[in-house]
Design a protein around this ligand. Structure first.
Ligand code: NAP
Length: 259
C-alpha cells in the first residue's frame, strides 16, 4: 500500500500578515505607499522609511493600523541601525524588512553618465538594501523575512539604464547569497521584481507614446501594472505560508519577461 502524505490540521494563510511588524523603505510615494496601505489594511504594523519626512507622515496618517516614521537615507548604515533599534524599542521586534527605496535618476549612455550618478544608484538601490538586510538580521531573533524590490530591468536591461539594471541584477545575487547566510537564523530573503507600474518613477516613460508602446508591446498582457496587481506578491512572501521560499525572484510583470 502507498504511504499517504501527512495532511496538517490547518494551513498558514498565504498573505496573512496579521500582527507582523514590518519595516518598509521608500514608503513616501509610489509603490512603497501602495505597499504601506496593503500591509496596514492586512493587519500589520508598518514602520515607514524615506528621506522626505512630510511624505511618510502623510502616508502614516492615512493608514488604519499602527505606524512609525523614520526619515533618513537608506544608504547610511547608522540610519538603518536606528530604524531597526527604534522599531524594536517601540514594538519589541521586526518580523519583515522590505527594502523598496530606489532611484533611477537619468536615462543616458555610459559616456553621458557621470560616474557619480553610477555610484549614487548603486549606493541607494544595492548598498542601501544590503545595509537594511544587515540591520534586519541583527534584530530578527525568531526568524523573519527580508524582501527586496528588484525590477524586470535587472534581468532584461533597456538602453540608457545600465546603472539601474546593474543595481537590480545585483539584488538578485545578493538575495541568493544572503538567503544562504541567513537560513540558519530562520530568515528568508527574496526579491519581488515588478514590471511596469504606474508611479512617479516611470512617468517619463508613460508620457512618451513611443516608449509606452515599446513597453506595452513587450508585455504579454499589454497593459501597465495596476495598484491591485503588486501587493499580493509581497504579502505572500511576508506570510507564514512562504516559510520555505527563499533565494527566489518573483516577477510581477504581466509577462514582460516572456516576450
Ligand atoms: N514604478 C515601477 O514601475 C517600478 C518597476 C520596477 C521596480 N520599481 C522599483 O520599485 C521601487 C519603488 O519605485 P517607485 O516607482 O515607487 O519610485 P518612487 O515613486 O520614486 O518612490 C521612491 C521612494 O523611495 C524613497 N527613496 C529614494 N531614495 C531614498 C533614499 N536614499 N533613502 C530613503 N528613501 C529613499 C523616496 O522618498 P524620498 O525621495 O523622500 O527619499 C520614495 O518614497 C524602486 O526600488 C524601483 O526601482 C518600480
Amino acid at each position: 500500500m502507498t504511504e499517504q502524505i501527512e495532511i496538517p490540521d490547518s494551513f498558514p494563510g498565504a498573505g496573512d500578515v496579521t500582527g507582523k511588524r514590518v519595516v518598509l523603505t521608500g514608503a513616501g510615494r509610489g509603490l512603497g505607499q501602495l505597499l504601506a496601505h496593503a500591509f496596514s489594511r492586512a493587519g500589520a504594523s508598518v514602520a515607514l522609511v524615506a528621506r522626505t519626512e512630510r511624505d511618510i507622515v502623510a502616508v502614516a496618517d492615512a493608514l488604519p493600523g499602527p505606524t512609525l516614521v523614520f526619515s533618513g537615507d537608506v544608504s547610511d548604515g547608522a540610519f538603518n541601525e536606528s530604524v531597526a533599534d527604534g522599531t524594536v524599542a517601540e514594538w519589541g521586534g521586526v518580523d519583515v524588512w522590505i527594502s523598496n527605496a530606489g532611484i533611477s535618476p537619468i536615462v543616458a549612455g555610459p559616456l553621458e553618465t557621470d560616474p557619480s550618478v553610477w555610484r549614487d544608484v548603486l549606493e541607494v538601490n544595492l548598498t542601501g538594501a544590503f545595509l537594511g538586510a544587515r540591520s534586519a538580521a541583527r534584530v530578527m531573533h525568531q526568524g523573519g523575512r527580508v524582501i527586496f524590490t528588484g525590477s524586470v530591468l535587472g534581468e532584461r536591461p533597456r538602453k540608457g539604464l545600465a546603472a539601474y539594471s546593474a543595481s537590480k541584477a545585483g539584488l538578485v545575487g545578493m538575495a541568493k547569497g544572503l538567503a544562504l547566510d541567513l537560513a540558519p537564523s530562520g530568515i528568508t530573503v527574496n526579491v519581488v521584481a515588478p514590471g511596469w507600474f504606474d508611479s512617479p518613477l516611470v512617468e517619463g516613460w508613460k508620457n512618451s507614446a513611443q516608449l509606452s508602446e515599446s513597453i506595452l508591446g513587450h508585455t504579454a498582457q499589454r497593459r501597465w501594472g495596476s495598484p491591485s496587481d503588486l501587493p499580493g506578491a509581497y504579502l505572500f512572501l511576508a506570510s507564514d505560508a512562504a516559510a520555505y521560499v527563499t533565494g527566489t525572484v518573483l516577477n510581477v510583470d504581466g509577462g514582460y519577461l516572456l516576450l
